[in-house]
Design a protein. Structure first.
Length: 107
């Protein structure tokens, strides 16, 4: 069995590097143009969807909606992650306005 001896400064640098890589790899980046949390109206406008479609999404157990603020709020980072994980749903249900925004954002 090998034993590695490190001083606390080297260990701190190693841990900082590992944590930074993990954050970079797994963190959801929210574009600056979007607020960190969306209201129902902002969410519907962003995805270009109707109120009944938004209601159906809010009822899904896998959808990232937070009701702790009195009215439903959608954390933007979690929404973007949900969209990536549910691309088929977005293709079928999001309006053309959202699709054109998404194409434009992707370059």
């Amino acid at each position: 069995m090998a034993v590695v001896v490190m001083d606390s400064d080297d260990l701190e640098l190693l841990l900082d590097k590992v944590v930074s890589k993990a954050i970079e790899k797994y963190a959801v980046q929210v574009p600056n143009a979007l607020p960190p949390v969306l209201t129902r109206t902002q969410f519907m406008n962003l995805l270009d969807i109707s109120s009944p479609t938004a209601t159906a999404l809010f009822k899904r157990p896998d959808f990232p909606v937070n009701r702790e603020f009195g009215n439903p709020r959608i954390p933007t980072g979690l929404l973007l992650q949900w969209i990536d994980e549910h691309t088929d749903w977005v293709r079928k249900n999001a309006g053309d306005n959202f699709k054109s925004k998404r194409r434009h954002a992707a370059g």
